[in-house]
Design a protein around this ligand. Structure first.
Ligand SMILES: Cc1cc2nc3c(=O)[nH]c(=O)nc-3n(C[C@H](O)[C@H](O)[C@H](O)COP(=O)(O)O)c2cc1C
Length: 321
């Protein structure tokens, strides 16, 4: 399946592993890239030096291209990690919260393509104006920090705004080949999937987090500031319920993240062997979760998504026009 995205990134399939902080580490990144998609590190919670180590591990597991995503919210982190990204030979960099023009220029000088996460049309226009090579339009259904506009409404509007200049990638609530086919129908050039890839043996996530996703129905998530201080779609827990009743206790980003970590309710970035309490834990999760019934190797997910999308596109011939 060839699209502008596969051509731009020189990959086989238009399937991107979302750069999920705490979850998208070397095993998962390598598995998605090796299957012909592109794996993207979620480097935001990594300690200094950890991204270098993780990149070294990925290069032992695959020779295929990979990327790095950063939230760019922590002062100094972007500058530090951009050096690792260049040294490590990443093909793409994705900015979770916007990216300054100077950084885009430095990355381009080093042949690294730059993408930007967008929850609104104006974010996409600003990203393209600052030189980004592609944009990811993430609807509110998506896990993690998220906006208010739904994927179905957002993607075609972003395509109309910037699709003539750069490829648009759809994200938020997508978990299978129907979602890929639908995204292509909306004018996108590929998908960026997060939650589906958490329920894999390769994901860097505690056992209880993966088990929770397998059991959770589609309405088991909530948008809450309870874990980080920013609006984040997560599994609804006693911790989110408490702050729904006591919003006056919420701190701002990033203080609320320190609060939830101190209280033992946020192990983002910790070893996946850590025991967490799923009734309180920070578990970012999208609304596609109800469709996940088992852990599936990440490479199989990539292959199944593409095969199903091809079947769906072929089956569309049943509609007479
Ligand atoms: C556990 C988790 C962590 C995430 N961390 C980040 C992050 O660090 N940077 C970022 O740009 N997006 C992050 N996201 C959002 C994803 O990049 C992606 O847009 C989202 O997962 C797509 O929706 P889906 O989960 O329904 O597939 C995160 C999502 C999850 C589920």
């Amino acid at each position: 399946m060839k699209t502008r995205l596969t051509e731009l990134l020189d990959i086989e399939h238009p399937v991107m592993l979302a750069g999920m902080g705490g979850v998208s580490y070397s095993q998962l990144v390598a598995a998605v890239s090796e299957a012909g998609g592109i794996g993207t590190f979620g480097a935001a919670p990594m300690r200094p030096g950890q991204l270098d180590e993780e990149i070294e591990m990925v290069k032992k597991l695959t020779t295929k291209p990979f990327g790095v995503d950063l939230l760019t919210a922590v002062p100094g982190q972007l500058e530090r990690d951009v050096e690792s990204i260049i040294r490590g030979g990443a093909r793409i960099f994705v900015a979770g919260l916007g990216v300054p023009r100077e950084i885009v220029d430095v990355l381009h000088q080093n042949n690294i393509l730059v993408g930007s996460m967008c929850g609104k049309v104006r974010h996409a226009i600003a990203a393209v104006a600052s030189g980004c090579d592609f944009v990811v339009a993430q609807g509110t259904e998506g896990g993690g920090h998220t906006g208010t506009v739904a994927t179905m409404a957002l993607v075609p509007q972003v395509v109309d705004a910037v699709g003539d200049k750069v490829p648009v990638v759809a994200a938020g609530g997508l978990f299978d080949g129907r979602g890929l086919a639908a995204s292509l129908a909306l004018g996108a050039d590929g998908v960026w999937m997060g939650t589906r890839f958490i329920a894999t043996p390769e994901a860097h996530a505690p056992r209880a987090y993966k088990e929770t996703l397998v059991a959770l129905p589609e309405d088991g998530t909530v948008i809450s500031r309870a874990y980080t201080g920013k609006t984040c779609r997560v599994v609804r827990t006693d911790w989110t319920n408490h702050f729904e009743e006591h919003p006056e206790e919420l701190k701002k980003f990033p203080e609320q993240a320190f609060e939830s970590a101190k209280a033992g309710a946020n192990h983002m970035g910790a070893s996946p062997d850590v025991e967490v309490d799923p009734k309180r834990e920070f578990m970012p999760c999208g609304q596609g979760v109800g469709a996940i019934t088992e852990l599936t190797p990440a490479g199989d997910i990539v292959r199944q998504v593409v095969a199903e999308a091809e079947r769906v596109i072929a089956a569309m011939q049943r509609v007479r026009v």
